[in-house]
Design a protein around this ligand. Structure first.
Ligand code: UT7
Length: 330
């Protein structure tokens, strides 16, 4: 009789990220908006959100371009070549085209072909969704080495006459190489959606008959999103820890979706984590939607805070309404 197959796990072997070079600080944004007759202030943005700056991509630079840089950094960190990758998953809500997938465009830019490549749409929860899907595909033998990417150009869908949203978001990309492994790796995952809340955070428009139909810009009921976010981020954190038979005390680093520092501090308090275990990049990146979690992960890996073996809790929350988490040993 054959010996039973050894359990197959996944682990992150490299991280990478990329921000477009144009950094727009609050003061510059306040000036740009004032020129349109839109009133805001550095004090309001900083106090209500924790955001001091965001990056905006230049005209003609698309999500796949930001993703390409992030992937190259992740591949280098993992010691892998692009032709060793057998799965590409891109989480994005700001794809290059209606179709094909930004993942296909990215694959071509990476100079490879043949492996499955697809986009995943779960807005700001996109990266934890994508990591969960890639983890499942690798554990069931459908792939062995994946690029999992979050890439966004949210500046393209902002209404710069709406001060309640345009000060919040930025552009960027983050990526990881996820590989089959004899040991975990990813310890547990937890995903949710509640379509009753579609309207509180959406870009309601679409294309049809050669025209944009409806409103093609981001609309958000900030308070409704805020209230839901603080509840579900606590809930999914506790659920994923229970699934992995771990406790809050085991979490070395919490990387929640980077939308608002007040939501992040609330999650840390509710989970009774020491505040220094929270990774914060919202101050410099703004909300980069699906890119925010891998951007923050890569930032903390590269500055030496997160080390191999550390236990990291990733959390996403956003449009859909969607939310979820991934608990992993790096
Ligand atoms: O990516 C998915 C996850 N997204 C989020 O998690 C976003 C969640 N929501 C939030 O982060 C917050 O709700 C916001 C940052 C969007 C808004 O903060 P808030 O503390 O909920 O503010 P508010 O909507 O209650 O507005 C307070 C005041 C209002 O004025 P009045 O009615 O009190 O006179 C707004 O008109 O702040 C005003 N306001 C602004 N003032 C200056 C709203 N935006 C601005 C602005 N500058 N940019």
């Amino acid at each position: 009789m054959n010996a039973p197959a050894a359990p197959r796990y996944t682990r992150i072997s490299g991280t990478g990220s990329h921000l477009p070079p144009r950094r727009v600080g609050n003061d510059e944004l306040v000036r740009l908006l004032a020129a349109r007759g839109v009133e805001t202030s550095d004090a309001w943005i900083t106090e209500r959100t924790g955001i001091r700056a965001r990056h905006f991509a230049a005209d003609g630079v698309n999500a796949s371009d930001l993703a390409l840089h992030a992937c190259r950094h992740a591949l280098e960190a993992a010691g892998r070549r692009a032709d060793e990758i057998d799965l590409i998953v891109v989480a994005t809500s700001t794809p290059d085209m209606v179709f094909p997938a930004t993942a296909s465009i990215l694959q071509a830019k990476l100079g490879v072909h043949g492996c499955p490549a697809f986009d995943l749409q779960a807005v700001c929860s996109g990266f934890v969704y994508a990591l969960t899907v890639a983890d499942a595909m690798i554990r069931t033998g459908g792939a062995t080495r994946a690029l999992v990417v979050g890439a966004e150009v949210f500046s393209r869908i902002l209404d710069f006459d709406d001060r309640t949203t345009c000060v919040l978001f930025g552009d960027g990309a983050g990526a990881v190489v996820l590989e089959a492994s004899d040991a975990p790796g990813i310890l547990a995952t937890d995903l949710h959606a509640d379509g009753r809340h579609v309207g509180i955070l959406c870009v309601p428009g679409t294309v049809g008959g050669g025209k944009v139909l409806g409103d093609p810009l981001l609309r958000m009921d900030g308070q409704a999103v805020f209230k839901l976010a603080v509840g579900v981020l606590e809930e999914t954190a506790r659920t994923v820890l229970a699934k992995a038979a771990r406790s809050e005390a085991d979490v070395d680093w919490l990387i929640p979706h980077q939308a608002n520092i007040r939501i992040m501090h609330s999650t840390v308090r509710k989970l009774r984590l020491p505040p220094e275990r929270l990774v914060v990049t919202v101050d410099e990146h703004g909300n980069t939607s699906a890119a925010s979690v891998p951007l923050a992960l890569d930032t903390a890996v590269r500055d030496g805070r997160i080390r191999r073996g550390d236990t990291v809790l990733l959390e996403g929350v956003g449009g859909g309404f969607t939310w979820g988490s991934v608990l992993l040993d790096l």
